[in-house]
Design a protein around this ligand. Structure first.
Ligand SMILES: [Zn+2]
Length: 146
């Protein structure tokens, strides 16, 4: 699932719950959301797809934008919630930068193997789950609750 949706979900959780409860829940929300149908194309196609690359670079900057906005506007609790909810994907970000490839198959690490395995409903049509979800979460977190 896109970082933008993970981050907003973490912010939502941290808005309603005290941090000692919110942060582990935000982290857990990452894996629960990854189990939902979401956008994805086969790893072998990712480096050939300009859409994939552009989509995830935009997602990375949009998510970073949320983080900066939360800090500048003194919503430290929501920033931390978002940080914990997006954290498991930093392993991928690091790997994409290091290998200069969006192909995230060939995992030898137990955690990354599991993280891929739970995303069984990653499909191209999942973009029609991600985009409406992003709009709804953005509306709730940034417009209603901020
Ligand atoms: Zn993930």
């Amino acid at each position: 699932m896109i970082g933008f949706n993970h981050g907003l979900t973490g912010g939502l959780i941290a808005h309603f719950l005290p941090l000692p409860v919110a942060l582990p829940l935000a982290l857990a929300s990452h894996f629960l959301m990854d189990m939902l149908p979401h956008y994805g194309i086969p790893n072998s196609q990712r480096d050939k797809s300009s859409f994939w690359k552009i989509f995830f670079v935009i997602d990375a900057f949009a998510t970073l934008g949320l983080a900066i906005y939360a800090i500048l506007d003194n919503h430290v609790d929501m920033f931390l919630g978002g940080l914990f909810a997006t954290m498991p994907d930093y392993i991928w970000v690091g790997r994409i930068i290091k290998t200069r490839s969006f192909n995230l198959s060939n995992n030898t690490n137990k955690f990354t193997k599991w993280h891929v395995k739970i995303q069984g409903y990653e499909r191209p049509w999942g973009i029609w789950v991600e985009i409406p979800l992003a709009l709804i979460l953005f509306y709730i977190v940034i417009i209603l609750l901020w």
